[in-house]
Write a protein that binds this ligand. Structure first.
Ligand SMILES: CC(C)(COP(=O)(O)OP(=O)(O)OC[C@H]1O[C@@H](n2cnc3c(N)ncnc32)[C@H](O)[C@@H]1OP(=O)(O)O)[C@@H](O)C(=O)NCCC(=O)NCCS
Length: 155
């Protein structure tokens, strides 16, 4: 059964979380592992919104932290689906840290995360194909297709 196509705007999601002392590493900045957890969670929510099925993470591309995130900053994670296969999808997660006192916003990192939707027995199940709506989204889809092929080669 082919599911109806779905645009990325229908599953795009933004999650914000205030960084607290318990998120800090020994230097007093936010622990990178905490940010990775939030990236995976936000991407997973986006994937589930697209598939309307439980989704598991199957691959995460490399993550580079360009700027430190500080305690008391508001971390804003935005996720959107960039590509779909039959049961898997690639989600781009962008992370911005905002100083709530000054309003300064700094892009800290992004990541491509691949999720697979599961049926009731825990097996991969078909998802709605992504419907790119703009030229940018079409280009992004084609680039994601190449990343997908590289991931499978490196499996
Ligand atoms: C995700 C999982 C169900 C896939 O099982 P599998 O036997 O590889 O299933 P398939 O071979 O049918 O692959 C399913 C999809 O995943 C994709 N996939 C599998 N391995 C991949 C990889 N390393 N990178 C990218 N995509 C991958 C396949 O291309 C396929 O996509 P498609 O249907 O869109 O073409 C299985 O690997 C698993 O349970 N992994 C653990 C997930 C997990 O626990 N994550 C962490 C906690 S959330």
């Amino acid at each position: 059964m082919t599911l109806p196509p779905k645009p990325s705007r229908e599953s795009r999601i933004t999650v914000s979380q205030l960084m607290q002392p318990e998120h800090a590493n020994g230097l007093g900045n936010v622990h990178g592992g905490w940010i990775m957890k939030l990236v995976d969670e936000t991407g997973g929510l986006c994937a589930m919104r697209h598939a309307r099925r439980p989704c598991v993470t199957v691959a995460i591309d490399s993550m580079t932290f360009k700027e430190p995130v500080h305690v008391s900053e508001l971390l804003e994670l935005t996720a959107e689906v960039t590509w779909t296969g039959r049961t898997s999808m690639e989600v781009l997660v962008n992370v911005i840290a905002e100083n709530p006192l000054t309003g300064d916003r700094v892009f800290t990192n992004s990541a491509y995360v691949v999720y697979v939707a599961l049926d009731d027995r825990g097996h991969p199940t078909a998802i709605p194909p992504l419907q790119p709506e703009t030229e940018e989204e079409r280009t992004r889809f084609a680039e994601a297709q190449q990343r997908h092929e590289r991931r499978l080669q490196n499996k």
